[in-house]
Design a protein around this ligand. Sequence first.
Ligand code: HEM
Ligand code: FES
Length: 772
Amino acid sequence: MNTESCPVDHTRPADPVTGCPVSANAAAFDPFGDVYQADPPEAVRWSRDGEPVFYSPSLGYWVVTRYDDVKAIFRDNITFSPSIALEKITPVSDEAIATLERYDYAMNRTLVNEDEPEHMPRRRVLMDPFTPDRLAHHEPMVRRLTREYVDRFVDAGKADLVDEMLWEVPLTVALHFLGVPEEDMATLRKYSIAHTVNTWGRPSPEEQLTVAENVGRFWQFAGTVVEKLRRDPSGDGWMPYSIRKQQEYPDIITDSYLHSMMMAGIVAAHETTANAAANAIKLLLENRTVWEELCADPGLIPNAAEECLRHSGSVAAWRRLVTADTTVGGVPVPAGSKLLIVNSSANRDERHFEDPDTVDVRRDNATEHLTFGYGSHQCMGKNLARMELQVFLEELTRRLPHLGLVPGQRFTYVPNTSFRGPEHLWVQWDPAANPERSDPAVLETRQPVRIGEPTTRSLSRTLTVERVDPAARDVAEITLAAPDGAPLPSWSPGAHIELELGEVSRQYSLCGDPGDRGRYRIAVLRDPDSRGGSRYVHDRLCPGTTVAVRGPRNHFRLDTDTRHHVFVAGGIGITPILAMADAVRAAGGSYELHYCGRSADTMALLDRVRRDHGPRLHEHSSDAGTRLDVAALLAEPVDGTRIYACGPQRLLSALDTASAHWPEDALRVEHFTTAGHELDPAAEHAFDVTLADSGLTVRVAPDQTVLAALRAANIDVPSDCEEGLCGTCEAAVLDGEVDHRDVVLTRAERSAGTRMMTCCSRACGDALTLGL
Ligand code: HEM
Ligand code: FES
């Protein structure tokens, strides 16, 4: 290797075996080989584990594989220019260049590979057709096409889903969306694959000629279509829209852009989605129990689509050019370096996703995957792709729930670094068992499609009541388990679950043992004024009944840096407090537990509390005249002490008043709801939110939350409670004063002004700048 031109730092410790600063794994990295093609994130696991930024001599690229590094690169499109995103990764032979020249091939910048300051104005001008509001009218078309294709093979018993549906439906949807007349599908498929191989593949010199021919024809086809649309640009679709916008903004929407985008757009909108759908169905059928869960509960489909994009997305890696000497993950990378950022690997990074190799369709943060990129170039078509994936999964799980993979098939992939999906996907089923044969209503059913990123709020799992035990007068302790005994999601002290109880849903803190992955335990007080929740629990839940459960979620976390814990529970508020006290006791921490109630017989779980916390327990019973003196308890502030409290509002308010002279954050209380998260548009003002990572400015109307305005502008922000309780929708604040309305941030965090909850908090003035 010529060390003068080699970008690797030769002062780094050399590999003990080869003596070279490029490690053996890095030297062997081959993104066109079978191992990478079979499973890109698995192929670079070694890198995620130990060498997350490495130079690949055979590729001439630096390769980046961890979540934080990949996201940081996507976030900074100035230091990391996207200009090489569509560059041919394999040097082109002279003959292939000559062939392309014969077709006047002049592929230029589009959006995905355009630098600033040109990119953002173009993106802004062309974004409108991609926003959730504008996409809604495509849903009937996506559904009609999907049904037509399923109709063709539903009685056959065997199909190659790629050839018979997943290639053509996204292509037709793409053509509709773009406003391009439907052309010969087989030819377009050939062209698309040629474009992929041309851009991200490693064709042999002979293959390069065939590829160049097809790319050249694709280029000419794109030119003809643009000319045709120019003659009458009044039609529907993104390309006629772009041509109309060219009349308004000729310097932003150039001729060269339109011709290039016509070609790149078909590939961007089509192949990515076709591959994503094939990957998703393959993944779900390989994880049969997950497939069956979707068949039983289609409400899981939006998040399942997202989890499939995370686990087995269709864009495995993307590229950036380094414009100034910098460091990536602590490794110096000089200006001019090319980066292969393996987003599929980032999506399986356990530093960001818990248990990342498992397919978990209820995963809270599945939408944080980087398959659509991130920041100012993030995929504009993501919500159209999400819609297609949801409709495909819904139609197939409903009409062919008994679908299975044809055993023994070998999956093949078009060898390339970036676009990934099986070339064929053979499935089989027994047509005699098709549900629509016995129940034609199956054909009429449909699940509302969620346009935009899914919310995990609606995701529930059905649990069985294992036991109901008396825990005090009018208090029942309910033990829940999965019907098949499978382990339940883990939880930490302070967490709660939400039960669907007939017409209402109610949240209850978990009070069992977090180490017991098979069971959840809650205690429920019968409330005489119950509007259905506690009455339902007491009257209807008995061993063997089932109940839909959401969560667990934790808005009431125990801090690990607390020197002494003062736990205060009022009545049924003992449930989260008990789990916390158990945890501190098990860890050998210092604590005291104050348990207040009317009388001993009304105090839930008192036997257990006495047994496990006797020496630290202070019982306060109003009947016995041993009421807690809150003012005396908190008279002297103690450094490093925190007070954790749950109980009636009266008790919490008294603690709040009594701890006013304590350090900031000393008092932690459990909130299940917040007052004032309802918006009163008459009392609010509009303001602008500028997004530093995405380069957008979004107007927030008086009747809109920041979260809603961001989503309407196609920016994904994860959310959960949407009332300022959980912290999921947090965004970094770079400029502007925030009107905080959540209960997540402490007083000190509020006055620092560097974070906000976008679901409820607003701007004090006219503008905010967020790190999104
Ligand atoms: C950009 C992935 C579907 C249109 C991108 C980028 C990725 C991507 C990785 C680059 C992001 C970046 O540099 O940060 C995907 C995947 C899809 C999909 C995985 C399907 C599952 C679509 C569809 C359309 C589309 C259906 C059009 C209808 C675009 C456009 C850009 C883009 C226009 C360029 C945005 C810009 O640079 O400002 N996509 N895409 N994509 N995608 Fe998609
Ligand atoms: Fe829970 Fe905003 S979504 S605080």
